[in-house]
Design a protein. Structure first.
Length: 347
């Protein structure tokens, strides 16, 4: 009886993997976004800031950000003796999950993995290496045009789902405006631009996470948003992006000749103040795989291609780490290691 149960469970597991393999259709996506300096008469002063999908897959932030929680809190590193004892010491013990991260002032145009990647079953979207991209000639040609500035270029692989289950990919790039403007485009004061100084004792460390979360200034990227690709009989590209550009905004303020409570002599004063406008690019287009698609806009352009690829057939092996002891080869013996090479996928 037990043997029949084991065989039945194994059969169900195999059928589940087979169904998952058949249901998932993987594609390779390459995106190149550039900004154009055009004299457009259209204004976007009153466009609200873009709402970012927090559930989107973010390839870029982990590559460009650095965890500086211990540095911001002026904490020294822990030694092996500190971790093995229960005595409280002035080192960065993991008492909070909040972190302070450092971001560069400019995002690199090329976003890529450090080495060629391979997709596996039951894996999420995968960022590829620069050698696995195919837009080299396109980027060179577009960059030669006048008044064009490349912003971001990346390539990834993902299994396509229906719109309900599809995962959007976070796209960001360009300059960080957080020292001049807040997320909604308003100018910030010089006092808020200065980096916070942490002079805390370990007795204050219990509230460190909340303080860091409050005082840390999040980046305000020049380009931000998401690209969502889903499958509904056909492939669809859903762009929800925003380009930020500094400009001037007319601001009205009430001013009294005598005091602030004098409603009779109140005057309306109009002044021009710096403002970071949000220029949206929101489009949904049905596309075909293999074709190069161009999304046009007065202030930017997007070049995209969704390519067919070899479907994953294996589950990613578990990394057990390096063994503690390795057998050294004999002096007269030689070992040759052949690295794997990922062949380009045919369309």
């Amino acid at each position: 009886m037990l043997r029949k149960i084991v065989i039945a469970m194994a059969t169900l597991g195999a059928l589940s993997i087979s169904a998952q393999t058949k249901a998932d259709t993987w594609f390779e996506v390459e995106v190149f976004i550039f900004e154009r300096d055009s004299q457009s008469l259209e204004q976007w002063i009153n466009t609200p800031a873009l709402q970012i999908n927090e559930q989107a897959v973010d390839f870029i932030t982990p590559l460009i950000s650095t965890d500086i929680t211990g540095v911001a809190a002026s904490l020294s590193g822990c030694t092996s003796n500190d971790w093995s004892t229960d005595i409280t010491s002035d080192c960065n013990t993991p008492l909070t999950s909040s972190t302070v991260r450092s971001h560069p002032s400019q995002v690199p145009v090329e976003i890529a993995a450090s080495s060629p990647q391979q997709a596996y079953l039951n894996q999420g979207p995968l960022l590829l290496a620069q050698s696995q991209s195919r837009f080299k000639d396109i980027i060179r040609t577009v960059s030669r045009e006048r008044n064009v500035k490349p912003i971001v270029h990346l390539t990834w692989q993902q299994n396509m789902q229906s719109k309900r289950y599809a995962k959007a990919v976070r796209i960001l790039g360009g300059k960080d405006y957080s020292k001049q403007f807040d997320y909604h485009g308003q100018q910030v004061s010089n006092q808020s631009n200065s980096a916070p100084t942490y002079q805390l004792s370990m007795s204050d460390y219990s509230t460190l996470g909340n303080m860091m979360q409050t005082e840390q200034v999040k980046p305000v990227w020049e380009l931000d948003g998401t690209i969502n690709i889903y499958l509904s009989h056909y492939l669809y590209i859903e762009n929800n992006l925003a380009l930020r550009k500094p400009t001037q905004k007319l601001v009205e303020s009430n001013r009294s000749e005598f005091n602030q409570f004098d409603a009779v002599n109140m005057q309306v004063e109009k002044t021009m103040q710096p403002f970071l406008q949000t220029i949206p690019l929101t489009q949904n287009r049905r596309v075909r795989s293999g074709e190069i698609h161009y999304f046009d806009h007065p202030q930017m352009g997007i070049v995209m291609q969704i390519r067919k690829m070899a479907q994953p057939t294996m589950v990613k092996p578990i990394d057990l780490g390096e063994p503690t002891q390795q057998i050294q080869p004999q002096p007269e013996q030689s070992q040759t290691f052949q690295s794997g090479v990922i062949q380009p996928y045919s369309q």
